[in-house]
Design a protein around this ligand. Structure first.
Ligand code: HEM
Ligand code: FES
Length: 360
């Protein structure tokens, strides 16, 4: 959340996350190399490095691309999302080792510059069977490089969230390039169909996860709220919202999170200023609404991040009538103070009538 550069702030959670990444990568490399040494003893050290790192990078890429939809489908996966960029940077470093060894092995022995040779040693750009597939890997690697060097929030703020998000959506272009790189490479180098089978399973899983997560969101967005009164829309019962948590509603295309805290209900825009995370899936921590994705915080009464941070969300009016919650989807400008709707306990259905109506 800081515009001035702050090196990665290591906390216990980040250290555990990174220890898991390191242990997982070492375990994979250990198993891959051992199996190859046993079953493919004549393999050279360079080829072993090229293959161990390429397959690990592709595995990590699938894990990275699964985490987003998985966290939308089930909150259990949220801890994986928190430091996903660490996985991304790790994947880039491992893919870079593969790329560098690929260039050294196949392009550094002639008298042409290896980077030039990468594009000119094979010029069958119009043939599927002989396509210079390494060039595709190179372009994917450039995209991963740009993503890795801009992964810190410093760049998110300086490039603007929109530009940053657009750049990071290029991961799907890179993924497509990698699929082609591997498929076309396998046709030329390998007879073993295992790569193609595994990649097909991987991409089918990714597409399915994205579809399931997308359908879930579209369903939530399309719930109709008909009961309207003075611009307010009936959304749920007071008891439906847990203490220090929220419920989310999409009304007239406005995504709204209604939080229950300090004996009141407050409504803020549900889209986090960091990377569009679902604010309403978070909870109140230290009196602040805390985004579940990477922990950005906002005050419930005005949607502003606590100083020195400057992010601001739109706020909305909430009303409680009996035990029913009403929300006005007309947004106030970002950072506008709203007093919230006071909950008169016990809020159960015993409070019928409107006596305790509290708009505010
Ligand atoms: C400068 C960039 C790259 C170059 C020069 C390059 C080169 C190569 C070469 C020569 C092969 C065939 C190796 C063999 O089977 O002996 C290969 C295969 C492969 N590459 Fe790349 N590659 C690059 C980038 C990437 C990236 C970014 C990824 C994934 C993130 C990747 C993933 C793979 C995979 C999965 C295979 C098939 C397994 C293998 O044979 O190693 N490559 N690449
Ligand atoms: S999306 Fe990153 S903190 Fe909200």
């Amino acid at each position: 959340m800081s515009v001035s550069y702050v090196a990665v702030g290591w906390n216990r959670q980040k250290k555990i996350y990174d220890a898991f990444i390191a242990a997982g990568c070492l375990l994979y490399l250990g198993i891959f190399i051992s199996l190859n040494l046993v079953f493919n003893a004549q393999i050279t050290a360079e080829t072993l490095i090229i293959r161990a790192t390429s397959t690990l990078a592709v595995l990590l890429l699938h894990i990275i691309l699964s985490i987003g939809p998985l966290s939308r489908i089930n909150k259990m996966f949220l801890p994986l999302l928190y430091n996903r960029r660490h996985l991304g940077v790790t994947m880039f470093c491992i893919a870079a080792i593969h790329g560098i060894f690929g260039i050294l092995q196949f392009h550094s022995l002639g008298n042409v510059n290896p980077l030039v040779s990468l594009f000119t040693s094979n010029t069958h750009y119009t043939s599927w069977a002989d396509f210079p597939f390494q060039a595709l890997g190179f372009f994917a690697l450039i995209i991963f490089f740009l993503m890795a060097i801009t992964s810190h929030d410093f760049w998110l703020h300086n490039l603007s969230p929109k530009v940053w998000k657009t750049l990071h959506m290029f991961v799907y272009v890179a993924y497509f390039l990698i699929i082609l790189h591997v498929m076309l490479g396998v046709i030329q180098y390998e007879t073993n169909p295992a790569f193609i089978i595994l990649l097909t399973i991987g991409s089918t899983t990714l597409i399915t996860l994205h579809l399931v997560a997308g359908i879930k969101e579209v369903k939530a967005d399309n719930i109709k709220y008909n009961l309207e009164k003075n611009g307010f829309v009936k959304v749920c019962g007071v008891d439906d919202i847990q203490e220090e948590k929220a419920k989310m509603f999409c009304i007239d295309e406005e995504r709204i999170a209604v939080y229950k805290t300090q004996g009141k209900l407050f409504a803020v825009n549900n889209v986090c200023k960091h990377q569009n995370g679902p604010i309403g899936e978070g909870k109140i921590v230290d009196g602040c609404i805390t985004c579940p994705w990477h922990g950005y915080q906002y005050l419930p009464n005005n949607g502003c991040s606590p100083p020195p941070f400057k992010e601001k969300l739109n706020t909305y009016d909430v009303m409680i009538e009996g035990s029913t919650v009403w929300v006005n989807p007309e947004p106030y400008p970002e950072g506008t103070e709203r007093p919230g709707a006071v909950i008169l306990y016990p809020p159960k259905s015993s409070l019928k009538g409107g006596l305790e109506k509290a708009l505010v």
